[in-house]
Structure formats: C-alpha cells, structure tokens
Ligand binder design. Sequence first.
Ligand code: SF4
Ligand code: SF4
Length: 167
Amino acid sequence: MNKFLRTLIPADIAKGLSITGKHFSQVFFTANRRKVPLHIVSEYPEVPAKVQPRFRGRLTLLKDEQGEIKCVCCLACEKICPTQVITIEKGKKEGRKMPFPVRYDFEMERCIFCEFCVESCGFDSIILNHQFELAAYNREDFSLGTEGLGQNMFEPSHAGKFSVADD
Ligand code: SF4
Ligand code: SF4
C-alpha cells in the first residue's frame, strides 16, 4: 500500500503537502489567528499596515509651530521635479516677510515618488508622508493643492478615502 502511495505521490510532494497542511491547520483551528506564533503574511486590511520609516508616500506641505506654511517659494522643488507635477504661485501675505505660496498645486497621478523635491528643499517645508492608500475613482481627485474643498496638501487626502483599512 505504502509502495503504491509512494508511486502515486512522490516523496517530495508528500512532504511539501504535509508541511502546508500543518501550517494550514495551525491557522484554521486557531480561534484568534493573531496568536499563531509565526506570521509571515500581514493581515492587512484588518490590521493596519506598518510602512518602513523611509517609505515615500504622498507629497505634503508642512507648517511651523505657529501654523504658518513653511514654504518660502524658492521654487527648487518645482524645478527639480522630473515629471513637473508641482506648480507654485509666489505671493505675499500680510505680516510675513518671506514669500508665501498663494498656490501650491500637485498633480499626484504623475508623481513618481522619487523624493527629489524633498531633498532639494532647503527649508524642510515638504515631506513624502506615509499615506499609501491613494486610490480614487476620478482623475480630478489626484489634483491636490492648497485651496478648495478637499484640496488639502497638509493632511491625508481625499484620494485615499477609499481605503479599505478605514471600513
Ligand atoms: S516625488 Fe519626485 S515626482 Fe513626485 S513631486 Fe517630488 S520630485 Fe516630483
Ligand atoms: S523647495 Fe521647499 S521652500 Fe522651495 S518652493 Fe519647494 S517647498 Fe517651498
């Protein structure tokens, strides 16, 4: 019988199947799947995904302690961006000596997340945040800026509102 089975299922395949079966039953028969000691697969979206510290997400403008936009319109990021997705309009703001970005537009659908913009900024005014769920149904949702409803360059954008992790 054993010989017959060995012919039918070669030893290596049988060994592989037994290991798979062992791990499957370990997960399947455990009430709380998170208690399984060796977890190789992330349980996203039930468990929020952790990205690495250097992960490059969506471009975000930063504010200082007083809540002022840190960007001083040197235009370095706009010039260095290889896909030319940043458009800045330089202006003035009452009570502020440094130039103020009247407009800071960002076309996310063409961003390649290279981080050149962040590296070129000598004023630490921008970062690539850790937002990675950037799905959207409309192309317009990828156009971000400093003005208008949902055009927020400072917080996780509406382009990530379809995040499965938020459900
Ligand atoms: S990450 Fe790269 S492509 Fe995206 S805005 Fe910055 S420079 Fe442009
Ligand atoms: S490089 Fe920095 S300071 Fe200069 S325009 Fe871009 S965000 Fe503003």
